[in-house]
Design a protein around this ligand. Sequence first.
Ligand SMILES: NC(=O)c1ccc[n+]([C@@H]2O[C@H](COP(=O)([O-])OP(=O)(O)OC[C@H]3O[C@@H](n4cnc5c(N)ncnc54)[C@H](OP(=O)(O)O)[C@@H]3O)[C@@H](O)[C@H]2O)c1
Length: 177
Amino acid sequence: MDLVLLHWPSPDNEVPVAESIGALAEAKSRGLTRNIGVSNFTMAQLDEALEVEGGDQLITNQIEVHPFLANKALVNHCNERGVRVTGYMPLAVGKVMEDDTLKQIADKHDVTPAQVALAWVAARNIVVIPSSTKRAHQQSNLDAMNLSLSDDEVKRINALDRGERIANPSFAPVWDE
Ligand SMILES: NC(=O)c1ccc[n+]([C@@H]2O[C@H](COP(=O)([O-])OP(=O)(O)OC[C@H]3O[C@@H](n4cnc5c(N)ncnc54)[C@H](OP(=O)(O)O)[C@@H]3O)[C@@H](O)[C@H]2O)c1
């Protein structure tokens, strides 16, 4: 494997962090995966994970990031800890296509609102992982990595943040924001 992630933190710490991170680190040391990381970890959970044995091997925290949930505090925290953020649901599962600000910026560049959203996430040094079942969308999503947004456009997209969380199952942790 290239990368194996712990998908969600264990609710109420049922499985101790040292155990799960230790298992990931062991998988890496046995050559079963090149890299390891976590997903949906809050700031405190990430700090705890980095402290346990093998935690220094964690390269990413995969979290929800799109224009309607910038997740700024957690992104900054991961950056400060040297853990790269991977942003999931970067298109807000298609909602970005309906947003007027994103549409206006897209028209100016002759691209789609999806491409604007992806370029905005990538410009924050976040690994961006849209999914699509359509070849044309997959190509257009890859092409979005060549799109540069002006400072003013970035500011306008930053202003769309409304803390709108889409992935929030009952076993989710208490989020930072
Ligand atoms: N770690 C976690 O807990 C977690 C949670 C949720 C998601 N994820 C991961 O994040 C990735 C993306 O998440 P997601 O699929 O839920 O949300 P997403 O990438 O924000 O949105 C996918 C939706 O956008 C559409 N789309 C894709 N490209 C498009 C384009 N260029 N133009 C218009 N529409 C487009 C897709 O439809 P079409 O198929 O029609 O293109 C699909 O309906 C996945 O790999 C998923 O596994 C991780």
